[in-house]
Design a protein around this ligand. Structure first.
Ligand code: ADP
Ligand code: ZN
Length: 642
């Protein structure tokens, strides 16, 4: 599922609410303050007030709580601080805390009219100024909360003041028109769902026999492999409604909303059962409780607990299957995968060659291709592409063809589309001639090594067109998706990777930073050979967690050190040994073929891209390097292949 647009921060309902409250607050203070501070009353001391009464200048007094206002017979003129002359018709004072019994007598003897207006309103006014905004705030929160919950029933009104419309979809309900025809490959996963589809089509058949189906299915796999697609297709095959929501959407606005959204989602799905509920990005709510860092804990936990409660709560009769997708099944809260919850896990892996071929075929259904397009060879070259990336590749190629005014997509468009996806956009003008020459030698080094090492992946093409972060590329064509890599093959791969750097050193007696990425790759490979695949003689058939890869992220897992300092040093020695040995091998090979290196580099400078057959033509017949060359590296890393 494409992620839903996030509400921009200024349109966020909370921001709106605070804006309104601030506005009303200011208005309150302004208006109440205005009535509270009439400008025609002169504040005087109590003694002054009494003096004025004694002098007979006051005609009437009004008692309001502790305040006393006196109307003057004649307005007085008083210069203000600013120098302007102000005219006052009234005076104001505050009664002393000790009762003054003489006051009434004084007023009466001076024939002053007395008005008592009960409780002073100044207290009330003050209270209003301070309390009103809080009352308003509370009122709005209650109102907003109601809206959030009430709006969910309709599945489309979860907003405050009708703003933040993009947040409107709390979940989507759709009758899926996608079926298994639209899913290429993934045969195992499809087989897993056959039973579930049958159940959803006719739950009564299963219920009559007391057969229990899983309530929850966890779809695990890297992004873009078709987790959402297959869940949707399952709904389509069974002809049942598909309720989908993304885990990250649960945790957004107000605390407690996540849980109520879950409740609402399940309620509606039950009403429409049989149905499928799909929760994308389950790991964003379902990560193990101890693992999470940072804020939003409580909300996440409440949401998670609500999901668990809902799943525990519904009976088989309700015929709702919950599917959830994650690319990190390893970090999920164990409570989620307990029986009766997501107790069935279906793993989706990156597509293999045949699957890639059928995915490509599926997505070119509406794309006219020229006859020279060979989808099978494209499938071969797209090792590691996900279904989503293959789809994207076709689309990029179609866009390129359209931009060039072509009527059909040809293999050149597809090649360029592939480059674009792998390495980002072209950025031609950034490299000067001298740099270009160095790059040409670097790539020629890789290419020549690939040509001269029998058993390595055959060369496909080599280019010095800079794209994205890479300055050139040497592309090899793996024979098939390799699962078992032999030690010999891996060593050759390292030698080829180091070939670029070695060529630079040979020609310029210097190395550029451009080889940094190669070094990283070579080191990683060597480390895995030593630590993970037991390919080092000195260490023997043992594995260390140091080089292990996270299955879903392709990253190395955290260093867990469960070996001695001594072993650590030995590991480092062995890795360096492999790298040194292969560097030496590359050096020997390239040195003895220096003429060929020059030919290739010059041809690259001229043409920028060379295909394998052009490289062959340029190089002519060659004698492969003697088998003895660079044996040192081999000897160090002897042992059986994994
Ligand atoms: P995920 O949910 O695993 O991240 P999606 O199901 O959203 O991946 O896949 C994104 C898109 O990639 C799909 O809509 C589909 O067009 C394409 N795709 C992925 N896998 C396949 C496949 N096996 N067959 C056909 N198309 C696929
Ligand atoms: Zn390189």
């Amino acid at each position: 599922m494409p992620p839903e647009k996030k509400t921009p921060i200024l349109k966020h309902p909370l921001v709106k609410i605070f804006f309104w409250i601030a506005l009303i607050w200011v208005a309150c203070i302004y208006f109440l303050g205005y009535f509270h501070l009439p400008s025609n009353k002169l504040t005087v001391s109590y003694t002054d007030f009494k003096n004025k009464v004694s002098a007979g200048t006051v005609s009437q007094v009004t008692f309001k709580g502790e305040s006393v206002y006196g109307k003057l017979k004649e307005p007085v003129k008083v210069p203000s601080e600013g120098g302007a002359i102000m005219t006052y018709a009234e005076i104001e004072t505050t009664l002393p805390p000790v009762a003054d019994p003489a006051l009434l007598g004084l007023l009466e003897s001076n024939r002053v009219a007395i008005i008592a207006s009960g409780k002073g309103d100044s207290l009330l006014t003050t209270a209003m100024v301070y309390l009103l905004p809080w009352l308003l705030l509370m009122g709005f929160l209650v109102y907003a909360g109601r809206k959030m919950q009430g709006g969910m029933g309709g599945g489309g009104r979860g907003n405050v003041f009708s703003v933040g419309k993009s947040k409107a979809k709390l979940y989507t309900k759709s009758s899926s028109d996608v079926t298994f025809k639209d899913v290429a490959g993934l045969t195992n996963a499809k087989a897993e769902f056959v039973e579930i589809i049958d159940f959803l089509k006719d739950p009564a058949k299963y219920l009559a026999l007391g057969a229990k189906l899983p309530k929850g299915v966890l779809l695990a796999g890297p992004p873009g492999v078709g987790k959402t697609l297959i869940a949707r297709a399952t709904a389509g095959e069974a002809g049942v409604p598909f309720f989908s929501i993304s885990g990250s959407e649960f945790i957004e606005i107000f605390v407690g909303v996540g849980a109520s959204r879950v409740r609402d989602l399940f309620e509606n799905a039950k009403k429409d059962s049989p149905a499928i509920i799909f929760i994308d990005e389950l790991d964003s709510i379902g990560r193990a409780r101890s693992v999470g860092v940072g804020g939003g804990h409580e909300e996440r936990e409440q949401t998670l607990n609500q999901i668990l409660a809902e799943m525990d709560g519904f009976s088989p009769q309700e015929s709702v299957i919950v599917m959830a997708a994650t690319n990190r099944p390893d970090i999920l809260d164990p409570a989620l995968v307990r029986p009766g919850r997501f107790d069935r896990q279906v793993n989706l892996d990156l597509p293999q060659k045949n699957a890639r071929h059928s995915i490509l075929k599926l997505h070119v259904r509406e794309v006219p291709l020229t006859d020279d397009v060979d989808l099978e060879s494209l499938a071969k070259r797209t090792v590691g592409f996900s279904g989503a990336e293959l789809k994207n590749l076709i689309n990029e190629a179609a866009l390129l063809a359209a931009r060039k005014g072509k009527l059909k997509v040809d293999s050149e468009d597809l090649d360029q589309g592939m480059d674009k996806i792998i390495m980002g956009l072209e950025r031609e003008d950034l490299v000067n001639d001298e740099e270009k020459r160095a790059i040409a030698y670097h790539e020629a080094g890789h290419a020549l090594m690939a040509k001269l090492l029998p058993g390595a992946d055959p060369l496909k093409r080599v280019s010095i067109i800079p794209r994205g972060s890479s300055l050139g590329a040497t592309e090899q064509l793996p024979n098939e998706d390799r699962h078992n890599l032999s030690r010999d093959y891996l060593l050759k791969r390292i030698a080829i990777i180091l070939g670029g750097r070695v060529a630079e050193k040979l020609v310029y007696n210097d190395i550029t930073t451009g080889a940094g990425d190669d070094l990283k790759k070579a080191t990683q490979l060597a480390r895995r050979m030593v630590c993970q695949w037991g390919m080092s003689d000195a260490l023997g058939p043992i594995t260390f967690p140091k080089g292990e890869q996270d299955r879903y992220l392709g990253r190395e897992v955290a260093d867990v050190k469960d070996f001695s300092e001594n072993t650590a040093r030995l590991i480092d020695d062995e890795i360096l040994g492999v790298l040194r040995g292969m560097e030496k091998r590359a050096e020997e090979i390239l040195k003895s073929h220096r003429d060929k290196l020059d030919i290739l580099a010059n041809a690259l400078l001229e043409q920028e891209v060379l295909m394998n057959d052009e490289v062959d033509r340029l190089l002519g017949p060659m004698t492969p390097p003697s088998a003895e060359a660079g044996r040192e590296g081999d000897r160090r890393a002897a042992g059986d292949a994994a």
